[in-house]
Each structure stands twice: as C-alpha cells, then as structure tokens.
Design a protein around this ligand. Sequence first.
Ligand SMILES: NC(=O)C1=CN([C@@H]2O[C@H](COP(=O)(O)OP(=O)(O)OC[C@H]3O[C@@H](n4cnc5c(N)ncnc54)[C@H](O)[C@@H]3O)[C@@H](O)[C@H]2O)C=CC1
Ligand SMILES: N[C@@H](CC=O)C(=O)O
Length: 352
Amino acid sequence: MSGRPQVAEVAKPAPRRIALLGVGTVGRALLERLRALDDPRLPLGLVANSRRRLPLIGASSPRAWPDALAQGEPHDGSGALPGLAPGDIVVDATASAELAAWHPRWLRQGLHVVSANKLGLGGPLLRQHEIRALATDGRHYGDAATVGAGLPLLRTLRELRAGGDRIGAVVGVLSGTLAWLFDGYDGCEPFSARVRAAVAQGYAEPDPRVDLSGEDVCRKLLILARTAGYPLEQAEVRVDSLLTPALAAAAPDHVDAALAELDGPLAERAARTARDGKVLRYVARFDAAGARIGLEALPADDPLAVGRGCDNRVAIWSTRYRDRPLQIQGPGAGAEVTAAALLDDLLRIVAS
Ligand SMILES: NC(=O)C1=CN([C@@H]2O[C@H](COP(=O)(O)OP(=O)(O)OC[C@H]3O[C@@H](n4cnc5c(N)ncnc54)[C@H](O)[C@@H]3O)[C@@H](O)[C@H]2O)C=CC1
Ligand SMILES: N[C@@H](CC=O)C(=O)O
C-alpha cells in the first residue's frame, strides 16, 4: 500500500452556547467582558430578563442587545429555556429564588451552571447537596461569584480540605455593601444617604434590605460553611439584622423613604463606638460551636477592620493555619469583579 495514511475525520464538538439570565448590574458587565474578549468558545445562545428573551445564534458581540431584548420573545422568567442542549451553559445573574430552584434541574438536563445567585448553594441545604451530587461526570457548577465576588475563598477552602486540613473557624466581613457603608462612617452623614450611594455604586442587592438585614451575608456564610464541611441550615445561624420592624415590613416602593429610620440609631452607635476608639464592622463567624452574624465594635487596628471601601476580609483557621489564620482580602462587590468571576468560571468550563 502506498500513499498517505488515512486519518479518520474527528468531528469538532459544537461550541457550548451561553444562556445569560439577568441583565442588570452584573449581567451587563458580563456582556461587556464577553464582547471585549470575543472568544469563539463563548458564543451567546440566549439573553433573558424576567419578561423577554432573545435567542442569539452564535453571537459573541451582541452590540444591539438592549434594544433587541426589549423587542424579544415574551418570557415568563422561569428556567425553562428552549433551544439549549446538553453541554450548554446557563449563567444565573439574577437574585431570583425561582431560578435558584432550577439549578439542580439544569444540571440534570446536562447543562452546566455558572451562578452569581447565592440562593443555589446558599438556599436550602438539600438543594446544595443536590447541586454538589449532580455537578460531577463533566457537569460543572461555577460558584466563584457567589462569595467575595470572585475572591479565592471557596477555592481555598476546597484546596485546604483536599490536602487533609480540617477547617476550624472562619471569621469575616462578607458584605461589600456593609463594608462600604461602615468604612469611615462616624454618624455625621445620614446612613440612609450612604445606603442610596451603595445602591448607585452597584454593590447592593436589588432590594438593599437583603444586605441590611444580614440575609445576603447569611447566604454567603452558608455557602462558605458548607464548603468548609459544616452542613448548616439557615435556621442554625444567629443573624442580627440592622432593619427596624417598620423598614423590614415596608412595601417595596416605600423602602427608600423608610431608610431614614436607620439614621438616628446608627449615628448614635457610631458616635459611641468612636468615643471608645473603635469602629463598626458587620462580621460573620462560624466554628464547631455555631454561626453568628452581626454588627461588632472592633479596635481600629483589628485585622477585620483594616479593609477599605467594599473590601471583604476573611480569616481562616485550619489544621495548617492553627496559630495564625490565613487571611484573604479584596473588593467583595461590584459589577466588574463579579462579572470577571463569572467569566473565570465560564473559561474553566470551556477549557475542561
Ligand atoms: N452587585 C454585586 O456586586 C454582586 C452581585 N452578586 C449577585 O448577582 C446577582 C445579580 O446582582 P445585580 O446584577 O447586582 O442585580 P440587578 O438587580 O442589577 O440585576 C438582576 C437582574 O435580574 C433580572 N431578573 C430577575 N428575575 C429574573 C428572572 N426570573 N429571569 C431573568 N432575569 C431576571 C432583573 O430584571 C435584573 O435586571 C444577585 O444574585 C447578586 O446577589 C454577586 C456578587 C456581587
Ligand atoms: N450585595 C452584595 C453583593 C455581592 O455579593 C454585597 O454587598 O456584598
């Protein structure tokens, strides 16, 4: 036999398509990053908000998407996403409880999931177990954006445990919004004005009461604790909310006006704390004895008090970090860092 050896044609796998749910602060920033990167391995297949969806066949640079989405197909905001096939990737950039319940369903359908929505892993413990059990055999669940907006916290806990460490305790400032609100706060400026500014910066949750009540921190603490080997339920976490009962009960369109209720009590507390030479920080803690979250007065040079702006700062005690903790600090909220964390997860999936 002569001539060139026959080489079997290997069919190229179709590129995975991305379905982006939620085009608010984080979703828009992700679209910008995808456009800037222009990576052919990351074509958009669908963009949706709670009312409209826009199928995008093979588009990685959907410049006209905001207008096009407004004219898109009606969408019921559910996780039923026509046109996706196993291997495609759903990005949840919403805070929707309904969509979080779809995370295990998407994995069962053979889809990969990348989430900024903390209610997937930080919701009911059963759902977290389901997601972890399903995210195997080549199905991925990207969670880097859920805690610390991409700071290497979950990754570090996993690596410590994979190396045989037991996590003894974790203590941290886990809310970018609350870190930003209390950084330099001396009670002179109305706290409510600071909350409005944090919303405008894109740090706060769609309803800032989710930050002020400690609920957002609680979701992050649950994700961290479960990753660290502490299978906690929300009811096991003691959370001291900053909300007054009237603010907690306010109808959504009265929240802005009701924020002023926080001004007096927090100004008084900040002034008292400053007189003692301390600063206020909203701190989350867990160890084998339990988990709690709340506002604490810390010495100004306490390691948890030194972060600036929206910085998160987390100390981890483990078998190897027994005497002095491992500490991780950096911006813990904001469109850019969060979108970058989602993109990191997407790149990990397409590289796998
Ligand atoms: N803003 C930040 O710094 C960070 C946010 N996150 C998380 O990212 C998620 C999004 O946050 P943001 O962009 O700040 O909120 P956002 O309110 O600006 O955007 C959320 C978007 O989701 C849309 N949406 C709601 N329900 C939907 C549904 N069922 N289907 C499709 N779209 C739906 C809303 O219309 C809105 O446009 C939240 O879960 C948040 O906790 C995580 C880390 C940092
Ligand atoms: N609202 C959250 C956003 C990031 O998770 C925060 O302020 O930390």
